[in-house]
Structures are given as C-alpha cells and as structure tokens.
Write a protein that binds this ligand. Structure first.
Ligand code: ZN
Ligand code: ZN
Length: 140
C-alpha cells in the first residue's frame, strides 16, 4: 500500500506528484530491482545472487539540504546471512551529499510529516515551503 499526492509552490508554480510506500505487487526480485534508480540497478545487478533477501522500503521522498532538489525514488536493502550487503543510494547527484528523507506516517498513511525543524522547500525558487495540494490517493 502507498499514498500519492501533489506538491505545489504558491510563489513560482512548481508542481510535483509524489508517491510513497511499496504499492506494486513485487513478486520477483527482477521486478523489485527495476523499481530502483538506474544507478542502483547497475550496482545491484553486479552483486545480486539468489540467496540474498530483499528488504523493501518502497518509494520515499528525499530532499537535498543544499540545492533543494526533490527525488521520489524506490529504496531497498540486500541482506545475506543477516548482514547488509547493499543499500540504495540517497546522495544528491549535484552536491554529493546525503539527502534528507521526508517521512510519512506509515501506520495510517494519512499524516504527512516533515522532520522537525525542516520545511519541504521549493526546489525552483528555494524560498517557499511546498504545500500538499491534491487529495491523498491510495494505490496498490
Ligand atoms: Zn543537492
Ligand atoms: Zn517556488
């Protein structure tokens, strides 16, 4: 299950549709891996073996604290013998720093929660906090 909604900047008109969670019925590892970014897919395909477990985090929203770019990407971990072998990357391509994860309440999927002391900034004008505009849609 996941949620979808739209974000809007009232000042410059920037809009983005976002989905969170792991809604698709991901049966086989190949399908799961294809949801990851191209960069992660290349790395995963090099190391993945059938005896690995895939721990799915689903789609998340991340924002870079420096350039404010937003990414709505799929994340997972590869586990083998209880050890973490690989974790999908959360680094900004431009600034090369770790992006901040924007968290939704996973128990109810109805509360959108931005980490304390942090506002979801508009990536275009970099000034205005983004608003959630469309109704939250359930998807699976
Ligand atoms: Zn950045
Ligand atoms: Zn803006």
């Amino acid at each position: 299950m996941g949620i979808g909604f739209g974000l809007l900047c009232e000042i410059c008109g920037y809009e983005k549709d976002v989905m969170l969670g792991s809604g698709f019925s991901h049966g086989d590892p190949e399908g799961i891996i294809e949801s990851c970014t191209k960069y992660d897919q290349i790395s995963i395909k090099e190391i993945f073996t059938d005896d690995m477990e895939i721990e799915q985090e689903g789609y998340s929203l991340y924002q870079c604290r420096k350039c404010f770019s937003l990414s709505n990407t799929y994340h997972l971990k590869l586990i083998k013998d209880g050890k973490e072998i690989y974790k999908t990357k959360r680094i900004c391509n431009i600034c090369k720093i770790r992006k901040k994860r924007i968290v939704a309440n996973e128990s109810t999927w109805d509360v959108y929660k931005v980490p304390e002391k942090y506002e979801l900034r508009c990536p275009k004008c970099e000034e205005n906090p983004l608003l959630i505009v469309s109704n939250q849609l359930m998807w699976d």
